[in-house]
Write a protein that binds this ligand. Structure first.
Ligand SMILES: Cc1ncc(COP(=O)(O)O)c(C=O)c1O
Length: 457
């Protein structure tokens, strides 16, 4: 049969074949309407197939941290292909995997020196969960198998990541879940009932450990700033207390930094911003600047030790985990981030982003503005004074309207109903005041119109 070749940028062909063949992620197999097709990117902007320009307010999916159009970074992959296009990271490693592991270990918090490379975030999370169980087996605590995570959290779509994910709508069609995941409340202080203290969020972890039985719990998995629910930070003292609980009950602390690393919070790793010590870090997304599919688990020396010198192998791996081209691209991305001061750019400019978004609080639908670095959520409410919630159907409809409304005005971002409707703003980490102005100029009319449409005054 003749191959079907796509003529470059033939709109009609692309739309027709998208409908016939492409199964988009988190989307129905087929939709009859045309969906916007993004054809080009440069810096903080992308263009669609009709030539319209959009500010990328989400870094594609929290991953284009270094910005679009960096052919110089992608070039490292081509150069690598000329030398060695592919070899595994299994028994015989290749130079780029060794260099990348050493580079990541050098940037990671002290004592996390062992790097297991994957092709993405879900693979990293599943690897960390399996590593935690295997570690406890080797450490003489084999009954420790359960994981504690938080409601509304997103940790990926594979069976392990999905089990610890705290979003029912992402789990229910795929039951039964892998056993062992237990959930505690997300740290949404804006929604903390009156009379309660933010300290209760960490205490809920201890209570759950005691309820399950400390001998049955392997690890706690949390993000530095939780994505699901709309960029939810932890209250002061939270991470310190979680570390204490982990130490007291012999639990591993897994810091899921698939989003919150590589500049997103102005640091290489989010745990560095909040000064806590994980036993395992999972990372992906911005690691290779989104110019290659790449993730990693970074293990502390304590976790790696039973697998070292005479210990058994970690019986786990992926063919393309640590692909040489991806490693070369990740190294070039980290070099560029370092040279160009991308983390410093975020730290210097995050107050301006915050001020821009805080400036929307006069719009009646804006309930909360929260987050850190270039990772900010705007929770939307029916009533600012009472923090009144939308009925689920209205919240779903509102979110379905907001994405296209922002897009129509030139901003790519999204709104999700995860507990409450929230817009997320996470521009490339190279963005500055000019881009923030563009974001604010779109959000204001979009939110004012939504307030009016839902009769919120
Ligand atoms: C915190 C967190 N963990 C895991 C994942 C899964 O990563 P991936 O989509 O690369 O599999 C994501 C994806 O957004 C995430 O935000």
């Amino acid at each position: 049969m003749a191959r079907v070749a796509a003529p470059a940028h033939d709109r009609e062909w692309l739309h027709e074949h998208a409908k016939a063949h492409l199964w988009r992620h988190f989307a129905p197999a087929r939709v009859d309407r045309d969906v916007p097709i993004i054809v080009r990117g440069e810096g903080c902007h992308v263009w669609d197939d009709q030539g319209n320009r959009y500010l990328d307010g989400l870094s594609a999916l929290f991953c284009n941290n270094i910005g679009h159009g960096r052919a110089d970074i992608a070039q490292a992959g081509t150069d690598q292909a000329k030398e060695l296009g592919f070899f595994t990271t299994w028994a015989y490693p290749h130079p780029r995997s060794i260099e990348l592991a050493a580079r990541i270990a050098g940037l990671a918090p002290e004592g996390l020196d062992r790097v297991f490379l994957t092709s993405g975030g879900s693979e990293a999370v599943d690897s960390a969960l399996k590593l935690a169980r295997h570690y406890h087996r080797l450490a003489g605590t084999p009954t420790k198998t359960k994981f504690i995570s938080r409601t509304m959290s997103y940790h990926g779509t594979t069976f392990g990541g999905m089990a610890v994910t705290g979003l029912t709508f992402l789990r229910e069609a795929y039951e039964p879940m892998a056993p062992g995941a237990c959930h505690v409340p997300a740290t949404n202080t804006y929604r903390l009932p009156e009379g309660h203290s933010p300290d209760e969020f960490a205490e809920a972890i201890e209570e759950r450990v005691l309820f399950e039985g400390p001998d049955t719990v392997a690890a706690v998995i949390i993000e530095p700033v939780q994505n699901g629910g709309g960029c939810i930070p932890a209250p002061p003292g939270y991470f310190e207390r979680v570390r204490e609980i982990c130490d007291e009950y012999d639990l591993l602390l897994i810091s899921d930094e698939v989003i919150c690393s590589w500049g997103r919070l102005g640091e290489w790793f989010g745990s560095q911003r909040y000064d806590y010590r994980p036993d395992l870090i999972t990372t992906a997304k911005g690691l290779a600047g989104a110019y290659a599919a790449m993730g990693a688990v970074i293990a502390s020396n304590r976790v790696a030790e039973p697998f070292s010198d005479g210990g058994p192998p970690f019986m786990h791996g992926f063919t393309f985990g640590g692909h040489p081209m991806s490693c070369a691209i990740a190294l070039a991305n980290i070099d560029a981030m370092d040279r160009e001061g991308v983390n410093d750019n975020v730290l210097a400019n995050e107050p301006v982003l915050r001020e821009t978004l805080e400036g929307l609080r006069d719009i009646p639908i804006v309930g909360d503005v929260r987050g850190a670095g270039y990772f900010i959520g705007i929770e939307l409410v029916k009533d600012q004074a009472t923090k009144g919630r939308f009925a689920k159907a209205d919240a779903d409809r509102l979110c379905a309207e907001l994405g296209p409304a922002m897009f129509a005005r030139g901003l790519f971002s999204r709104a999700d109903n995860r507990g409450a409707p929230a817009i997320q703003i996470a521009p490339p980490c190279i963005a500055g005041p000019e881009e923030f102005e563009e974001i604010g100029a779109v959000l204001r009319p979009v939110l004012e119109e939504a307030s009016a449409r839902y009769g919120i005054t």
